[in-house]
Design a protein around this ligand. Structure first.
Ligand SMILES: Cc1cc2nc3c(=O)[nH]c(=O)nc-3n(C[C@H](O)[C@H](O)[C@H](O)COP(=O)(O)O)c2cc1C
Ligand SMILES: Nc1ncnc2c1ncn2[C@@H]1O[C@H](COP(=O)(O)OP(=O)(O)OP(=O)(O)O)[C@@H](O)[C@H]1O
Length: 332
């Protein structure tokens, strides 16, 4: 897989003046691209293919932070870490990522200035693609029709990407975020085109799990990214470069310790010491909420049952688990 160049300065225009890839001419994908969901992927693939055909540099011009956090003043958790987003874009074959910080100054740029100064004169854009619901320019003055009109006027080829929908509704980062927060992991995966995952470094726990026959790899609650509804999940965990079937608890462990939030994963067929090592956990299916048990024996019996659920999920009976299953649905 070839490398992707990433530019993440506050004003990338100051540092990027005469790079060879700019001079060659570019094909640019426009948007925030937080989730990098199946709608985003369709748009980006189109840009990458066009760039290859026309010998241009493929560029994803995205926001490093969440515009809504700046405009609304309330932090919006991201679906991916920045590194996670870059990895997905690399897999899609993108040449260059410009990670623009969305600041009040950037928000004040007019639609016309953006097309003229940023796309045409700075990026030497020969081709631009954006989605049906794209908005840009000061106070959202421009939409996809404005973009099409301005690009055509400046001799830049432009494609509007039609809406990618699932079950009658547009796929969006906002939708993915709320599916994850509702524990609807199968629907989130359908929108993402991959399971939702979290990463971290394994930290020390109380080492009680191993005494019950359920050793766990604990990671701290990641900050700034969206967290699954608290509860127990069928999952897969990557440790030492290999994926293992697992069951994962997100949240508290009231039976043994109060107010101790973390994410802990029991890998079904793994033994080894991974303290201090990185792991990635993919979330597949919400099993149940977290319970305060009377004693460790009861907790252990529940963990055995969770393990059976996971084995069944990954076994022949996968089809039993349909979409829409989340903590608020009746079937658990
Ligand atoms: C799949 C899974 C499900 C869990 N469910 C619960 C639960 O319902 N209630 C609870 O108090 N703790 C639950 N825990 C947390 C356990 O109490 C914890 O793993 C055990 O005490 C070991 O903790 P330690 O790693 O800090 O030693 C769960 C852990 C896992 C891995
Ligand atoms: N479902 C979709 N189908 C096709 N294009 C899309 C879809 N969703 C977004 N796009 C396009 O992808 C680019 C990036 O989208 P952006 O991240 O800004 O929106 P989003 O995914 O709808 O997120 P949010 O929910 O935060 O608005 C934009 O050009 C947008 O129009």
């Amino acid at each position: 897989m070839k490398a992707v160049r990433v530019y993440t300065q506050e004003d990338p225009r100051k540092d990027l003046q005469h790079e060879n890839w700019q001079k060659r001419g570019t094909a640019v994908a426009l948007g925030s691209f937080d989730a990098v969901h199946i709608g985003h992927q369709m748009l980006i693939r189109q840009v990458v293919e066009y760039a290859k055909k026309m010998d241009l540099t493929s560029v994803v011009y995205l926001f490093r932070n969440q515009p809504r956090s700046v405009l609304g003043g309330v932090p919006v958790p991201a679906v991916n870490t920045f590194e996670g987003r870059i990895q997905i874009l690399k897999e899609l074959g993108v040449d260059v990522v410009i990670a623009q910080w969305f600041t009040p100054e950037f928000a004040a740029i007019s639609a016309e200035t953006f097309v003229l100064d940023y796309l045409k004169n700075w990026l030497h854009a020969k081709y631009v693609a954006a989605g049906f619901n794209y908005h840009f320019g000061c106070r959202g003055e421009g939409d996809i029709h404005t973009l099409c009109a301005l690009c055509r006027r400046e001799g830049i080829r432009i494609d509007e990407i039609p809406c990618v929908a699932l079950e009658g509704y547009p796929v969006s980062s906002t939708r993915v975020r709320s599916l994850i927060q509702d524990g609807k992991m199968e629907e989130a995966a359908a929108c993402l085109g991959r399971p939702f995952s979290l990463s971290g470094t394994v930290i020390d726990g109380n080492q009680l799990g191993r005494t019950m026959g359920f050793p766990t790899a604990n990671i701290a609650m990641p900050e700034g990214v969206v967290l699954p509804h608290y509860g127990v999940y069928v999952s897969r965990t990557m440790a030492e470069g290999k994926w293992y079937r697992s069951i994962t608890n997100v949240g508290d462990k009231p039976t043994v310790k109060k107010n101790s939030l973390c994410i802990e994963s029991h890998l079904l067929a793994f033994s080894g010491d991974i303290y201090g090592k990185p792991i990635e956990i993919q979330f597949y299916y919400y099993i149940r909420g977290i319970t305060k048990f009377e004693n460790l024996d009861q907790l252990k019996r529940q963990l055995e049952s969770d393990k059976k659920t996971a084995q069944m999920f990954f076994g022949k009976e996968t089809q039993r688990f349909s979409l829409h299953v989340g903590p608020n649905s009746e079937r658990k």
